[in-house]
Design a protein around this ligand. Sequence first.
Ligand SMILES: [Ca+2]
Ligand SMILES: [Ca+2]
Ligand SMILES: [Ca+2]
Ligand SMILES: [Ca+2]
Length: 144
Amino acid sequence: MSKKGITFLIAIIVIIAFAIGAWYLGVFEVEEINFEETTADSDKVSEREKQVAEIFDDDDFDDDGITNTDEEAGGTDKTKADSDGDGLNDGEELQMYNTDPMEPDTDGDSYLDGEEVRNGHDPLATDKDFVTKETEAGVFGTDR
Ligand SMILES: [Ca+2]
Ligand SMILES: [Ca+2]
Ligand SMILES: [Ca+2]
Ligand SMILES: [Ca+2]
């Protein structure tokens, strides 16, 4: 090989060495940035994962006695025990009083369902003895 050829070869090697060095530093820098981003993100991610895990681990996320699946099917808020804010949680409305979990005043007498129950009144005006709880079980939403 000629002297010129050897010089050329060394030049190539040096360039490659620099390229590798630059690539290495570049990767390192990127990794460092990613690491910081990942750290910042991982807090958010773990928070989100925690929420997701809670939802999936707990099939009754709001502990109102109605499973998340049933709430989705029935149109109630699975993250809110008392979807309509009337003082009775969804489970109480659906399973105990047969009131509408999405209607704060099921019988439309201007008293909230929870208010009526607390005061010993019937939240379903047409149902004086809560019989509909049994007879109308499973037809939730149709007995306003
Ligand atoms: Ca629930
Ligand atoms: Ca309610
Ligand atoms: Ca209600
Ligand atoms: Ca009422």
